[in-house]
Design a protein around this ligand. Sequence first.
Ligand code: DAH
Length: 359
Amino acid sequence: MDVVAAFEEGLERGASEYRTAFEEAEDEQALRAANARFVGPSGALTRLMKRMRELPGERRKEFGQRSNQLKQEIAAAFHARLDGLAAAAREAELSGPHLDVSLPGRGRPVGRLHPLTQTKHDLLDVFVEMGFDVADGPEVEKHEYNFDKLGFPPDHPATDMQDTFFVASEGVESEARAVLLRTHTSTVQVREMLARKPPLAVVSAGATFRRDDDATHSPMFMQLEGFMVDDGITFAHLKGVLTHFLQRIFGRDLPVRFRPSYFPFVEPGGEVDMGCTICRRWQRGDAAGECRVCKGTGWIEILGCGMIHPVVFEHVGYDPERHTGFAFGLGVDRITMLRHGVPHLGLLYGNDPRFLNQF
Ligand code: DAH
């Protein structure tokens, strides 16, 4: 086909096809594709116009004008249709269902402290009110600080592999050189006394570890330790501080009693019982009956305590003739359970959000 015929046919076909093509395009993407078929880089009209030079001179002007005119018509129709599609989309949006801004938003869950940590903070606060310093100690500890300096004899059953997790015990030249997971927080007594001179009053709380795992024992548990050393500290100070502490946590009317007991690092040593806060027998006055927590006795054993043994003072370089002091240790787990009526220890270590979300 000669070039003049090609122009005639191309312009005619373009003029007759673009309108329908644009009208049939139902969205912007389809419209742009249709537009490109005519005036895109390889569109029909574009390709035709590239052949302008091939036309005989006397026809060039005419075809040039007709081509440009068609191009402008196509451009105008394209923009008109584009506006039409946008208007239709907006109309559909406005007449469609409303966006309901009154729907409650999706809340962001807020984290919180674990109940054991909350209790730990509350307990430490009571001692801070009384002027105690708060100290920390490592969970991986020297045998020497966990046992020997506290006056445990070398063959004490607590130092046995059955009770203690050893980290490094082989190849050490003496048992005291072994490294273990601390079995209690009494280690902090040793560390603080080695680092400081009396007078001092210190509390410390944190994780402790023993090879125990049953309904009432977890291999990891949490203890709080406290002690005070000065000239002239007596058992009366011990009783006063601990009674105030327990009543501050559980209520002013809580009965508290002290009984003799044995721990290697205190002399005399004692244990403290408090009224069972589950059956509250002291308030009701009658027989405790079936209470499972205190087994009907009305009392719960809550902590160990005593006057710091002179041998401990010797081991840390204090003069036992001059200084006296008291110490105590308690299970934060047990206090948490009693405060909140948590029936099983396992709940505190299970990380179940259904339980934890209640705190
Ligand atoms: N360390 C003891 C234990 O884990 C608790 C204890 C008892 C701590 C008497 C003390 C104390 O400071 O004086 O069983």
